[in-house]
Design a protein around this ligand. Sequence first.
Ligand SMILES: [Zn+2]
Length: 247
Amino acid sequence: MPNKYHQIVLLIVLLLTLNNKAQANVLVLLAHPDDETWLSGSIAKLSQTQQVHLVYATSGGAGKDRTGLKRQGQTLAKARENESECAAKQLNAQAHFLKLDDKNLELYEVELIDQYQRLFEQIKPKLLITFAQDGITGHKDHIFIGNTVKKFWLTQTNSNSQLWQVVVSETRATIAQQIATQANYPQPIRKPVATDSINLTIKVREQHQPRVTAFACYPSQFPQGLQQIWQIFVAKTPYEEFIQVSR
Ligand SMILES: [Zn+2]
């Protein structure tokens, strides 16, 4: 019965694939809604074969509303969560909000590590992604999250998970600078890393569309002028950069 045999083999392959997808989880640990922008192409690419979870420590309620609607506090935080949900949908990922205090995030290290432990046990990720030491923009919350995640990951000695840190090279920051200067916009990337320190580059040419549409989900953060700069930047840089950390 070759037909039946074929069907059984196909069924086994399908089950293995589904099982593999169910088990191969990725945790992306970030500070604010919109932080995933720096690796949106990689998220869209990874989510083709794995379940990607975006974890935001704060919901950005202490920030400024750039739409002109002047929303603040809880109202702004809710709007930003909705924007992240929109971006996550474009990238085929799942958003989680830890809702920690946006003004004083660094006071909540214990709570943050507890939450990471809970997610780690629940999701059993094969891969964690977060900020590197300078947090791309130098924002204190990015630096705090990057350091806390690395510290947490180093304690998970029984896990075979990997840690990637998202970065922008000096080469790519120069390209961003040229585009921003032409558009008369301030320098967007304050803390690039030396290009030769990068040990992992992911090609995301095929993810151009989700990179653009996920960015467009954030009117409270990115005004129209910045949307245009971003489109030029992603077209010119169809790749994203990481440092894979070794234990
Ligand atoms: Zn941020």
